[in-house]
Design a protein around this ligand. Sequence first.
Ligand SMILES: Cc1cc2nc3c(=O)[nH]c(=O)nc-3n(C[C@H](O)[C@H](O)[C@H](O)COP(=O)(O)O)c2cc1C
Length: 380
Amino acid sequence: MLGWVGAGALVVVGGTLLRAQRQGLLDPRTGPAYTAWQPTHRTGAEAVVAAAVLAASPHNLQNWWFRPTTAADDSVTLDVHDDTSRSLGVVDAHRREAHLGIGAAVANAEVAAPALGFDTRLTIRPRADDDTLLARLVLTPRTPAEPDPLAQAIPHRHSDRGAYPPEEPSADLLDRVRATALTGAAGVDLVWITATDQRQRLGTLLVDAATALTADHGMSVDNAELIRYDHQQVERYGDGLTIDAQALSPFLEVAAQLLPATSRTQGDKSWVRSTRDVHTATARAYGLVVGDRSDPATRVHAGRVLQRLHLALVAEGWAMQHMNQEVEMAERDATLGTADRFDAPLTQFAGGQVIAALRMGRPSGRAVASPRRPLADVLR
Ligand SMILES: Cc1cc2nc3c(=O)[nH]c(=O)nc-3n(C[C@H](O)[C@H](O)[C@H](O)COP(=O)(O)O)c2cc1C
């Protein structure tokens, strides 16, 4: 017979197990929100879109929708739109990151297309009078090619926010992946920051930007909006930042998912700590993408460069994490008309206006898949 203590323990354990089940701790990354990562049975333009949605997007916002139109000669015009109903609020007040995400989706579509039986012709901003139609990809039937290393990397690319091992990249590797990333890009450059003292100074700027962002109430609130603590939310929305993709310490990860939704300030503190002790402490190189931040076409090109870079790194056995709090805070200072804290130092590092940033290194082993929305929601 159970005493009170035993019965109480059973209730607590039972309750915790129920919550663990609800939070997906017992079956992480299973369910419809993750099927996009499985090999697809789809063919034609639908398969191209299925590859496009595996791209990175800011906070996993997936602010894209696609309209394929098939012509009499079987070529398909795939229009890629920015879904302006999906937004990061004040964190991305000018939709710079939203447009970068569209560029990333376009890159995946282009890279996947030849093995799916299409040649591609890309036009960025095909119609000056349509702000949301950011790219048009004409797909012309061809004999399917063997998937190249970039195409093969698509389902294996995940944002890696863990601690990168000490190995430094060679100059040769950085040159090679930079050239791959910049293929077909206009108005954009990629600058590597590798010298130890420069990396330290840029790392400090990134930690300062994370600290400043969390100290700004509006930014902090909108930054937390897409964090999905609950597995049921993940399945319901198929978007956002999951706890397991943050590569927290095992204890923090379980606590964040088991305890009632962690407070925003706790999350902010944990993010600043990770930025200081993990992200910047183990960055083996930083990449700064340079281009006109205010120009939508340049943003799409830059997003395409970022995604191609990530695929090229994964194909060569390396990892990457986008890191954009410093550009977000540069824009925030400008919007509020407060003294610039981040833009001038960033421009100095890169020798031009920085539109996005990232770190790279060998994989931490902690990167996992993030949810995706159903294809039916983004095909119109
Ligand atoms: C424009 C852009 C900005 C991003 N900024 C950040 C960032 O500052 N920090 C971060 O950890 N991830 C950042 N990401 C990565 C996204 O959060 C990630 O792509 C998304 O959650 C989907 O996960 P996946 O890349 O593993 O598929 C960014 C991605 C894009 C495209």
